[in-house]
Design a protein around this ligand. Structure first.
Ligand code: AP5
Length: 218
């Protein structure tokens, strides 16, 4: 089963990916996580990606498509995968369809996280991530038990560079310019399952599981 999580920055893709992975047996392919870990390792790909991410821009399509192509061909993806944050341009979506077609496969479900843009900056600027285990929190909506400390491993929490207010605003503009046309492209093809991503994370998870259970995902 190949599932795509699509939605603006802060719409809850990462939060819902964690819930999906805890229930369904799928490898997780998050292009954002892959770029951040390559940047932390200081690889040429990571440094190139960082130069775009820090400005709130998308990493160029050829780099991103190549990265996903390589990952999706790994043996653990033979039964499917959870694509989180990819595709996010029409060029990426077209490349993905062609890539899957050549493998005799296709996307089974595209979940679109629909949420009022007004609340997204608040979600992004309040997000905190664990320096050690990457667990994600929100200072208001999902606070850790002890301020600044991860509930799971006790390490310190930090704010992502691209969550600073100005960059977060820019990421939302980039979404409107580059990814909103992809949403329309998939809508025209009748391929989108709309998820109301405005309620609490737990309520959103109920809608996500209902959509995935319908597909017979186990
Ligand atoms: P990426 O890491 O994918 O960032 P993003 O898409 O901007 O998404 P976010 O991680 O910011 O948000 P999310 O939807 O996962 O929300 P989350 O669950 O964390 O990409 C980063 C960068 O990498 C891009 O800007 C680009 O440069 C590059 N990149 C990545 N993929 C690329 C691609 N395909 N092509 C080109 N470039 C690419 O939630 C956010 C906060 O809200 C959290 O604090 C959470 O606790 C809280 N929250 C979540 N759900 C709720 C809820 N229902 N109610 C209240 N609070 C909630």
């Amino acid at each position: 089963m190949i599932v795509v999580l699509l939605g603006p920055p802060g719409s809850g893709k990462g939060t819902q990916a964690d819930a999906i992975l805890a229930r369904y047996n799928l490898p997780h392919i998050s292009t954002g996580d892959m770029f951040r870990s390559a940047a932390a390792e200081g690889t040429p790909l990571g440094l190139k990606a960082k130069s775009f991410m820090d400005k709130g821009l998308l990493v160029p399509d050829d780099t991103t498509i190549g990265l996903v192509q390589e990952r999706i061909l790994k043996p653990d993806c033979e039964q499917g995968c959870l694509l989180d944050g990819f595709p996010r341009t029409i060029a990426q979506a077209t490349a993905l369809d062609l890539m899957l077609e050549s493998l005799g496969r296709k996307i089974d479900c595209i979940l679109y996280f629909d949420v009022d843009p007004q609340i997204l900056v608040k979600r992004l600027s309040g997000r905190r991530i664990c320096t050690k285990c990457d667990a994600s929190y929100h200072i208001l909506f999902q606070p850790p038990l002890q301020e600044g400390i991860c509930d799971h491993c006790g390490a310190e929490l930090y704010t992502r560079d691209d969550d600073k207010e100005e960059t977060a605003h820019h990421r939302l503009e980039v979404f409107e310019m580059n990814t909103a046309p992809l949403v329309d492209f998939y809508l025209d093809q009748g391929r989108i399952t709309d998820i109301n991503a405005a309620p609490s994370p737990k309520e959103v998870t109920v809608s996500v599981f209902a959509a995935l259970d319908k597909l017979g995902l186990a």
